[in-house]
Write a protein that binds this ligand. Structure first.
Ligand code: NDP
Length: 335
């Protein structure tokens, strides 16, 4: 297929810091940027050498020079923007969480499917070489039967991102929709297993306002019987991220791997001792865009599909419900 031509919806930090570079690294062309503010769109276009800017969605979606859109607005806007893009016949790569409700997410995915369009969810951590190495090691039986997983994803939200995430519930703020949704997707991918129930407690450690949680610890039960523990926060400056899977014949200890950067390592510990897995690091977002572009060209599917977006969202929403009610909550993965 010839060059994929993209329209960007949202003058976001993630677009500026990662996705524009990832699209261009894959030979993609960025034809236009849309923002709710014409000034913001024009400034963003100038800063990132994007030829066209607009504040009107139908203007961006009505152009013939766009094949696909990348949507990275705040979460409450994803639904209508995905539906409009699908109606206009554009392939869609949408940021996580796909939406604020499962019904909305299902409608978005269904619309893209009906129109024969590729839809991906930008769950970048599936693209990390560390997580792919762990998935392969488990499939190869290196740790025997997986029994437990532990996800350490407590970070410090940098000042320039201390906006809607910590004070705007209606935009889908809070650490669960922001970070736990990624844990859920990464666990589902690495374990190749699906969670069925969750318990959780949340906390407010000084950042979250308007009742938004800025910390959470949760326990998920998977279909295989495995238990997984997640610890996510916006408020910890000095913690290390990690992802561990412990089986009856070995353990995989991933360190510094719940991150946007291609880094981290994975140690395998068994009766034979310890060894580092060989990790061929690659930019996570470049890989995400590559697989999406390949899918548009008819080869394979996005790293995380729209259906994955629904399933991972359902885990996050169930986690929030479990924390609210104090009860173990069933997870419904119906897409
Ligand atoms: P930002 O907070 O940087 O931007 C979100 C929106 O805020 C923009 O789309 C923009 O609206 C608006 N905005 C930007 N600057 C201003 C301003 N000066 N005044 C008022 N509004 C402004 O978002 P993030 O990049 O942090 O997140 C965007 C999406 O991407 C979310 O869905 C998030 O969950 C997801 N995300 C995913 C990551 C991943 O690794 N997969 C990592 C980080 C975020 P407009 O478009 O109208 O200009």
């Amino acid at each position: 297929m010839s060059t994929l031509r993209w329209g960007l919806i949202g003058t976001s930090t993630i677009a500026a810091q990662h996705m524009i570079g990832a699209i261009r690294a894959n030979g993609g062309e960025i034809a236009a940027i849309m923002s709710a503010s014409a000034d913001r769109a024009a400034t963003f276009a100038r800063e990132h050498a994007i030829p066209r800017s607009t504040s009107r969605l139908d203007d961006l979606l009505g152009s013939d020079d766009i094949d696909a859109v990348y949507i990275s607005t705040t979460n409450e806007l994803h639904r209508d923007q995905v539906l409009a893009a699908a109606n206009a016949g554009k392939h869609v790569l949408c940021e996580k969480p796909l939406s604020l409700t499962l019904d909305d997410a299902r409608a978005m995915v269904a619309r893209c499917r009906e129109r024969g369009l590729v839809m991906g969810t930008n769950h970048h951590l599936r693209n990390a070489a560390t997580h792919r190495a762990m998935r392969e090691a488990i499939k190869a039986g290196r740790i025997g039967r997986p029994l437990f997983a532990r996800v350490f994803h407590a970070v410090y939200l940098p000042p320039h991102l201390q906006g809607w995430r910590i004070h705007k519930p209606e935009a889908g703020g809070g650490v669960i929709l922001d970070i736990t949704v990624h844990d859920a997707d990464t666990l589902r991918f690495v374990l190749d297993d699906e969670p069925v129930a969750v318990t959780a407690m949340t906390s407010q450690g000084g950042m979250g306002r308007e009742n938004l949680e800025d910390g959470v610890m949760g326990v998920l039960r998977f279909a295989s019987g495995l238990l997984a523990q997640c610890h996510d926060a916006f408020t910890t400056r000095y913690a290390t991220t990690g992802f561990e899977v412990h089986g009856d014949a070995g353990s995989l200890i991933g360190t510094d791997c719940m991150t946007q950067m291609p880094k981290g390592n994975v140690m395998l510990r068994t009766k034979d001792g310890e060894r580092q897995l060989s990790i061929a690091h690659e930019n996570l977002y470049v890989r995400s865009v590559r697989l999406f572009q390949d899918a548009v060209a008819g080869r394979g599917s996005p790293a995380a599909t729209g259906e994955d977006g629904i399933k991972s969202l359902s885990v996050a929403l169930a986690t929030r419900e479990a924390a609210r009610t104090g009860r173990e909550t069933a997870i419904y993965l119906k897409v």
